[in-house]
Design a binder for this molecule. Structure first.
Ligand code: NAD
Length: 335
């Protein structure tokens, strides 16, 4: 039996490695593009007859999807974030969900966070736009700040947050504070980071960088009230998920000068179109969710996804299952 593998809404999976050829040994590989807001039922019909799905950051795989589609046995996320997958519903339907282990994307995202931080601190993008537009003479507007000796607050001291802390403290002499209710003070102290409460972090940091997952708890963790606690003229960096920030509140704070600059790899809705008010502001730099976009990271991602699919074909458990409890119930198997 040759199986069917759908690569959904991902132009990058397999684009820089031989993974698609490798997967063709397992079955037919089809690239499918669906609207990012497609309904669960419609998505289920697009994926009829597919046993394997390589799932990107969109669309949403919700309860309706898992109820309506009975063919998919493995949903392999070609990334870290699981916020577009209803993992509970997958488990209830017996679908195994895998993701890429943190270390595969860690360096790529951490380095982009630091790049964005430096861009914001020195207005690199804004200054370059000025040069391109023939405004070289405006250079006196681009007075920056140095990272050395500054305080950076990390919200979410996990895989990526820790690496950012390491780069900043060892490379730039930055004092690092972190807010993470799920790790111990010792775990932070051991890597030279002071664990604190959210309010203290916001009050004391010159730069706040977000590295927490998007959950009910972290949704709009940066909002009107929390921005009010931040230092005047501070910088916000977000390479985690757009939903962590209330965009309306951010725009206001950037306009008023409360925040000096925002550097974002992710935005609410995971997409910026031309009318977006953020694009009207000079003190913003935005990259289009390219945190994990390095050749090194893609190599690791493609390898992990292929391994997961091959394991299921062999009747084995993939290495990076996010819902291991699925094996306690009626896990879907290849028919
Ligand atoms: P991780 O799970 O290793 O770390 C996340 C940390 O956030 C954990 O230590 C957790 O305890 C902490 N956390 C959870 N709830 C929190 C809360 N309410 N307040 C503060 N901290 C909280 O994840 P990671 O691999 O470090 O990824 C971090 C983020 O980066 C995720 O949002 C992920 O989706 C995102 N990400 C973005 C890209 C990109 O392309 N920009 C790529 C990979 C990951």
């Amino acid at each position: 039996m040759r199986w069917k593998i759908a690569i959904v809404n991902s132009a990058t999976f397999g684009a820089y490695t031989g993974v698609v050829e490798r997967l063709r040994k397992v079955g037919e590989v089809v690239r499918i593009n669906v609207p990012r807001e497609v309904s669960g039922e419609e998505l289920a019909s697009h994926l009829l007859g597919f046993q394997f799905v390589v799932a990107s950051t969109n669309p949403r795989y919700d309860e309706k999807f898992f109820k309506a589609n009975t063919d998919v046995v493995l949903l392999a996320r070609n990334g870290i974030g699981l916020d577009n997958i209803d993992v509970k519903a997958a488990t209830e339907s017996g679908v195994v969900v895998t993701r890429v282990p943190g270390e595969v994307e860690r360096e790529a995202v951490a380095e982009l966070a630091v790049a964005l931080m430096l861009d914001a601190a020195r207005s690199v993008s804004a200054a370059y736009i000025a040069v391109r537009e023939g405004r070289w003479h405006e250079r006196s507007r681009f007075i920056g700040l140095e990272l050395m000796g500054r305080t950076v607050g990390i919200i979410g001291l996990g895989n990526i947050g820790r690496r950012v802390a390491e780069i900043l403290s060892k490379g730039f002499g930055v004092n690092v504070l972190a807010y993470d209710p799920y790790i111990s003070r010792d775990a932070a102290t051991n890597i030279g980071v002071k664990l604190t409460d959210l309010e203290t972090l916001l009050r004391e940091s010159d730069i706040v960088t977000l590295h927490a997952p998007l959950t009910e708890e972290t949704h709009h963790i940066i909002n009107m009230e929390t921005i009010a606690l931040m230092k005047d003229g501070s910088i916000l960096v977000n390479t985690a998920r757009g939903g962590l920030v209330d965009t309306g509140a951010l725009v206001k704070a950037l306009k008023s000068g409360k925040l000096r600059y925002a550097a974002l790899d992710v935005v609410e809705g995971d997409h910026v179109s031309l009318g977006n008010p953020l694009l009207q502001l000079e003190n913003v730099v935005i990259t289009p969710h390219i945190g994990a976009y390095t050749y090194e990271s893609f190599g690791g991602i493609d390898e992990c996804v292929a391994e997961a699919i091959e394991a299921v074909v062999k009747g084995e458990r993939p290495k990076h299952v996010v819902n291991p409890e699925v094996y306690e119930g009626r896990v879907r198997r290849l028919a």
